[in-house]
Design a protein around this ligand. Structure first.
Ligand SMILES: C[S@@+](CC[C@H](N)C(=O)[O-])C[C@H]1O[C@@H](n2cnc3c(N)ncnc32)[C@H](O)[C@@H]1O
Length: 340
């Protein structure tokens, strides 16, 4: 296993500021990656960290940390949508003092051509983070024109979604589309046809990210992880989320708004029959997300699209939150289209 790639964490100083002063207790790092957030927490006395990642590859990094912090650290290969069960099995419900999500991919994943995430290098169409049922190959070769167009339009926000979907369907009538290079060529062909001044990087990045989100059901994962985190934090516990896509940020904002009673009486997604419930479950200091400093963006281009939101749990609740309250069903349903 190669460790030649290095992951530079995004907004780690901002996370540190939120968690300082570090309380003693259990922290959950839902997106272990290269382990820098886990390490930072473990460097503080009387902390324990349970770290989750769906990618087998990062287990290597967890072993290094285990050697140093043997009895204060546990690493679990799983999806964070399973957080509720992970905590239940360990009798840790309502125990964590902080739960952290640093979403997206690590450089170990993006920079490895064998994983098929990047249009910059040729590789098989995979894009699986780990614990997947489908690959990018399945999405590109099996979905019908309408679903492909909707994915590119809603997740990629690409105005040429229809043409890209059409060219994919045309191409695969001759032969299956197997590689990232073939897919990138089709996207660029559509762009050249529509507008000679297209931006190669943006065009491919958006479509690749859209497919990746469907392969890994990233919005569904986030939604389920967030709700479990809110249900299972201790009182005064903190939830911190860094997102890299506008739809992810929208989910975090809507869920935080709901649980902090910010839209009571005005929101269409608030359940009417629960008007008298107390929704002040979370306290939000700032409803605007924190973004990376110019200096950080200069040193780490990944930081340019990062948005950080955090909340503190102030009380428990007993109502059942329904996904449909978010008014984002069309996105969730598209993520389910290959997984049904
Ligand atoms: C941006 S990296 C995290 C980097 C990490 N904070 C660090 O400092 O090195 C995101 C990681 O989260 C993992 N991940 C993404 N979605 C996940 C999910 N639904 N469940 C578990 N792990 C997930 C990815 O495999 C990746 O390793």
């Amino acid at each position: 296993m190669s460790l030649e790639f290095k992951h530079i964490p995004v907004m780690s100083e901002d996370i540190d500021k939120i968690l300082t002063p570090y309380k003693s207790g259990v922290y959950i790092d839902c997106t272990f990656g290269g382990g820098s957030i886990t390490r930072e927490i473990l460097s503080k006395k009387n902390t324990k960290v349970i770290s989750i990642d769906r990618d087998n590859f990062v287990e290597t990094f967890s072993k290094e940390i285990s050697k140093e912090y043997n009895n204060r650290f546990e690493f679990i290969i799983d999806r964070f949508s399973n957080l509720e069960n992970i905590l239940k099995e360990r009798n840790l419900q309502k125990v964590p003092v902080a739960i952290i999500f640093d979403l997206g991919l690590s450089s170990f994943q993006i920079d490895n051509p064998e994983r098929g995430f990047s249009y910059r290098q040729d590789g098989l169409l995979k894009m699986t983070m780990g614990k997947n049922n489908v690959t990018a190959f399945d999405i590109v070769n099996k979905l019908d024109l309408k679903d492909l167009r909707n994915i590119f339009n809603l997740f990629g926000e690409d105005k040429d979604s229809g043409l890209i979907a059409k060219l994919i369907v045309q191409k695969r009538q001759d032969k299956e589309i197997n590689s990232t290079k073939e897919l990138a060529e089709i996207i660029l062909r559509a762009k050249r046809y529509k507008n000679s001044k297209y931006n190669k990087v943006d065009s491919c990045a958006k479509i690749f990210q859209a497919i990746r989100m469907i392969v890994n059901q990233e919005l569904t994962e986030l939604y389920e992880g967030l709700i479990s985190a809110i249900n299972n934090l201790s009182i005064d516990g903190k939830i911190v989320v860094i997102t890299f896509h506008s739809l992810e940020d929208k989910i975090v904002k809507k869920v935080f708004d709901f649980f902090s009673n910010k839209k009571k009486g005005t929101s269409r997604y608030l359940p009417q029959n629960n008007e008298n419930e107390n929704f002040n479950i979370l306290e939000i200091k700032d409803r605007k997300p924190t973004i990376a400093s110019e200096k950080e963006i200069k040193n780490n281009n990944r930081a340019r699209s990062a948005k950080l939101r955090c909340a503190t749990k102030v009380q428990d609740h007993s109502f059942e939150f329904k996904r449909s309250y978010l008014n984002l069903e069309k996105y969730f349903q598209l993520e389910e289209v290959m997984h049904a």
